[in-house]
Design a protein around this ligand. Structure first.
Ligand SMILES: Cc1cc2nc3c(=O)[nH]c(=O)nc-3n(C[C@H](O)[C@H](O)[C@H](O)COP(=O)(O)OP(=O)(O)OC[C@H]3O[C@@H](n4cnc5c(N)ncnc54)[C@H](O)[C@@H]3O)c2cc1C
Length: 499
């Protein structure tokens, strides 16, 4: 079995992984392992933008802090929120140095937009609604210029290598067949979201909660996994059987689109004075209620008053996608419904991204540093990836490189070509039905019974394949979500309990 010795191994090349790598000193060797190709990430899908105050105006800084706390129902870690907001400018400027071209007006000033829960326009975007794709393209190109960064695509991390709560790296499967161990002084989990645990999600296919699964099996502390954010407006295509649902950015509501139910009523006024720009938990819960009351599975976004020309230029990606679905923005109503979107909790980390295990860090959507509280404020997650990625890199840069010896304990290797699709499908249906926007005691218990059996069966017949580890990570994370949701009896943020 091949062993690669390195200073830093990063699992994941979304914004959290790649940005951290770019901030690590060039004399340190960095290996990034990526499950599929570099472009398959949630980061690439981000549309709306990245929130951040570029000028240090106290009043604006305070407002961003307050909006973040309010969206999170004040369950946030206040110190982490302060860091997120005050270190935004430094890191967004660094993105620009890495050639990220945020949209500007004719005089060259950066254009700013607004999304739900934001009291001012403070969201930078690129390519109209292609912010994630543009950021990732620029950072990928920057990575290719760095001799110390080695990217390994088609390399699935299976489990952490550790002894007595100290991490020594990660065990991976290359191209589906070869086991490779990365032995590292520092290991960073940046594996992204959990979306595919649910039957409908805006997340990319790689979002199978691998980092949380690995951390759970290594007894690392996790937190807040009951808080799953459902995006209010995923495109509702009643003929599509795909788990993946195309997102209709909240920035569209930020530019004035509003929600109507099947009766044509603008219903948000019944729920909150913030109307369509209330935080996501409130809007998703209101849509759920409307769908229930009107016996329908979707509502609509109305953009007719905004004009086709403006929408085509401001939201080119969404315009193109909807046109392919025979819907013209600015002319036709857009059918939407809420689906799983973002994992608020995750692997517990401190303010420097360190987990409860020595030498192991986590960043991005798989990590939980407390910035989001009980619900994430829109466009704060790209910001979280860069602010905390920079802090992790600073900590790692302080370490003196040293040689590590680790004796592998892998003895047996079994690989069967099972695809585990039946388990994944049943898991999705169960989570959608019983662990969705509205939860009950009975529903959570019922879901647990079904999923515990899945875990038992998987553990009984281990298999060193990508599909097996994905299924195991998904099932184990689902059980943690259910257990956390059962323990939290009150409704708060994006966790809503009927009983
Ligand atoms: C449709 C959509 C739109 C969004 N819009 C916005 C927005 O406008 N603004 C905003 O702030 N946030 C937005 N978000 C959220 C934001 O994009 C994500 O939270 C953020 O990009 C997560 O970055 P990440 O690096 O943690 O994960 P990702 O970008 O998903 O990257 C995860 C990486 O981990 C790798 N990986 C996973 N498991 C393994 C494994 N076992 N072995 C090896 N590699 C592995 C993957 O291959 C991938 O490279 C959006 C999310 C979605 C889905």
């Amino acid at each position: 079995m091949l062993q690669i010795k390195t200073d830093v191994v990063i699992v994941g090349a979304g914004l959290a992984g790649i940005y951290t790598a770019l901030n690590i000193d060039s004399h340190k060797r960095v290996d990034i392992v990526v499950k599929e190709s570099l472009i398959v990430t949630n980061s690439n899908l981000a549309q709306g933008g990245i929130a951040g105050e570029l000028d240090f105006i106290q009043e604006n800084i305070d407002a961003h802090i307050e909006d973040t706390l309010k969206a999170g129902s004040y369950l946030n870690n206040k110190e982490a929120v302060k860091i997120l907001v005050t270190e935004a400018s430094e890191n967004i400027n660094k993105l620009m140095k890495f050639q990220v071209a945020f949209d500007r007006d004719e005089s060259g000033d950066i254009l700013l937009t607004k999304e739900g829960g934001h009291s001012t326009r403070r969201i930078l975007h690129s390519g109209g609604d292609a912010t994630g794709k543009d950021i990732m393209e620029a950072l990928k190109n920057e990575c290719y210029t760095r001799e110390n960064i080695h990217i390994h695509e088609d390399m699935m991390a299976l489990d952490l290598l550790y002894q007595e709560n100290t991490c020594f790296g990660v065990c991976c499967l290359a191209k589906g067949t070869e086991v490779i161990e990365f032995i590292a002084q520092s290991t960073i989990l940046a594996t992204g979201g959990i979306g595919n645990i649910y039957g409908s999600t805006t997340n990319s296919a790689i979002a199978t909660s691998d980092g949380i699964g690995m951390a759970y099996r290594a007894n690392i502390e996790l937190e807040n996994l009951e808080f799953i954010q459902f995006h209010p407006t995923a495109f509702h295509n009643e003929y599509s059987k795909s788990r993946f649902k195309f997102l209709i950015s909240e920035a569209l509501r930020g530019e004035g689109a509003y929600l109507i139910n099947s009766e044509g009523e603008r219903f948000m006024k019944k729920y909150t004075p913030l109307l369509e720009l209330a935080p996501r938990d409130k809007v998703s819960q209101a849509i759920y209620r409307e769908m229930y009351d009107t016996w329908t599975d979707h509502v609509y976004l109305d953009t007719k008053h905004l004009g086709e020309e403006f929408l085509k230029n401001r939201f080119p990606t969404i315009y193109k996608h909807l046109k392919e679905e025979n819907i013209i923005m600015g002319k036709d109503l857009i059918p939407v419904s809420p689906v799983q979107h973002f994992n608020v909790g995750g692997i517990k980390v401190n303010l420097d991204g360190l987990t409860s295990m020595k030498n192991l860090y986590a960043n991005g959507e798989c990590a939980s540093n407390g910035v989001h509280g009980a619900n994430r404020l829109a466009s704060n997650s790209l910001l979280e990836c860069v602010v905390f990625g920079n802090r992790i890199a600073n900590k790692i840069n302080e370490k003196i490189s040293k040689n590590i010896n680790y004796d592998s304990n892998i003895t047996e290797y079994h690989s069967y070509k099972y695809n585990y699709k039946p388990i994944k499908k049943k898991l999705g249906l169960t989570m959608d039905e019983y662990v969705g926007i509205v939860r009950t005691k009975e529903g959570l218990l019922f879901a647990k019974k079904i999923i515990v059996k899945m875990e038992k069966n998987l553990l009984k017949y281990p298999n060193n394949s990508k599909a097996y580890y994905e299924a195991l990570n998904m099932v184990q994370t689902a059980l943690i979500i259910i257990n956390s949701a059962s323990l939290r009896k009150e409704s708060i943020g994006c966790h809503y309990r009927l009983n």
